[in-house]
Design a protein around this ligand. Structure first.
Ligand code: C2E
Ligand code: CA
Ligand code: CA
Length: 414
């Protein structure tokens, strides 16, 4: 309220002002790893440094959590706000010494300008927030000015959200399946179910685009349930005990219903639990709630396999291997892409396969596109491969012949 009051005073007084919306990068991990007391101290230090960066008539406010706003007055042009943002980043780049620990932090900043972008608090904040969102998306530790296109982008996203609410009921969602190949026997050991949205107007929309929306809106719960049901029913028709892998979003783990959904899907389809594999990313374990671990253990106890997806892309993949006995590690595509021209990647893949085998886990190399990559991952000890080299994700009907061919003993992988 004070911020609104001060802003109105400033608006009455100034021709031109800037709203900076700040959000600390990875503040959550400071809280999680160093504790809330250190988090609190960090916020105080940041607040003091922010005060040190601004002019006498500027206003610094804490909006909540690790979010701050600054009203910068007495500016000549938008570039002045860019300079302030830069000063803030430099001021915050100096490590803080808290409780004998060095704490490093960085900040992302979104900027909107009055009167160019808006002249009211709500809209100025909203626009600055949209610019902040872009700054985060562009890699954090940076600042961005609001642009009208961002508003258009936000509107397009809302439209997509409205369509997504209807997609499941309208039968617009489908699953495609991509084979995983066992490298010891050169046979298909399973398929990963990958979600597709056939939008009536926009055509195929990739999961990378709509799953984040489904997660933010909670729609992922019903969509995820449909995915498990459908994938189990499909896999029950496959020969030779071929498995099906299903991606599960962190949001689905926040409710205890996931285990029940899985049990239902298995019962209804008649698929043996050991033929179902759930792929989770470390984001699931970051939540680190008792519900999450309890659910994972329940699932594993009934025989469902659990794979760690996108291994190596997170912050502390290694430590998460300790928190749960995974059956499989899926090495992220980025390592496989780099294999032939980056020695580091080969060393890492070798280390991961070694680690996995001592922990009784198997390893899948994701995104194998070339024969060279296949030869390398074999040499480095991966147990499975998945990628365009063998097959792209396909509708179930197109995949079945491939699975049946293998049944006749005709299939061989290069
Ligand atoms: P992911 O789990 O890492 O899935 C692998 C992605 O890599 C898929 O993209 C697949 O099509 C792609 N891919 C496979 N082989 C190759 C290759 O050789 N080269 C390249 N460049 N790419 C390859 P897709 O289908 O677009 O899925 C993207 C992401 O969306 C998935 O990443 C997964 O995180 C998420 N996703 C897909 N389906 C579901 C779902 O049913 N539920 C949830 N929660 N997430 C899903
Ligand atoms: Ca996956
Ligand atoms: Ca993956």
């Amino acid at each position: 309220m004070l911020l609104a009051e001060r802003l109105n005073e400033a608006l009455a007084r100034e021709d031109y002002l800037a709203m900076l919306y700040l959000d600390l990068d990875d503040f959550k991990s400071v809280n999680d790893t160093l504790g809330h007391l250190v988090g609190d101290e960090l916020l105080k230090t940041v607040a003091n440094r922010l005060r040190g960066c601004v002019g006498k008539t500027d206003i610094v406010a804490r909006l909540g959590g690790d979010e701050f706003a600054i009203i910068q007055t007495a500016i000549q042009c938008p570039a002045d706000a860019g300079q302030l943002a830069q000063r803030i980043r430099e001021a915050l780049a100096v490590p803080c010494e808290i409780d004998g620990q060095q704490v490093l932090t960085d900040v992302s900043i979104g900027i909107s300008i009055s009167p160019d972008d808006a002249t009211e608090l709500d809209q100025l904040l909203k626009n600055a927030d949209m610019a902040l969102y872009r700054a985060k998306a562009d890699g954090r530790g940076t600042y961005r000015f609001f642009e009208a296109a961002m508003d258009a982008h936000a509107k397009a996203r809302r439209a997509l959200e409205i369509d997504l609410r209807k997609a499941l009921g309208n039968g617009e969602l489908e699953l495609h399946y991509q084979p995983l190949v066992n490298l010891a026997h050169d046979t298909i050991s399973g398929c990963e179910a990958l979600l597709r949205w056939r939008h009536p107007v926009r055509g195929m929309i990739s999961p990378g685009e709509f799953i984040p929306i489904a997660e933010e809106t909670g729609l992922i719960t019903s969509i995820g349930e449909w995915v498990v049901m459908t994938a189990c029913a499909e896999a029950a028709t496959w020969p030779n005990g071929i498995k099906v892998a299903v991606n599960v979003s962190p949001v689905q783990f926040r409710s205890a219903a996931l285990a029940l959904t899985v049990v239902n899907a298995l019962a209804k389809s008649g698929l043996a639990a050991r033929r179902l594999e759930l792929e989770i990313t470390e984001a699931v374990l970051v939540q680190d709630s008792d519900t999450t671990l309890a659910t994972l253990h329940q699932l594993r106890d009934i025989g469902v396999h659990i794979a760690m997806d996108d291994f190596g892309t997170g912050y502390s993949s290694l430590s998460y291997l300790r928190s749960f006995p995974f059956d499989k590690i899926k090495i992220d595509q980025s390592f496989i892409k780099d294999l032939s021209h980056n020695d580091g990647s080969a060393v890492i893949v070798r280390a991961v396969t070694g680690l996995a085998s001592s922990l009784n886990m198997t390893t899948t190399a994701e995104g194998v596109e070339t024969q060279e990559q296949l030869d390398l991952i074999r040499k480095l000890g991966c147990t499975e491969m998945q990628g365009y080299l063998f097959s792209r994700p396909k509708p179930a009907a197109e995949l079945l012949p491939l699975l049946l061919q293998q049944n006749d003993g005709k299939m061989r992988v290069a």
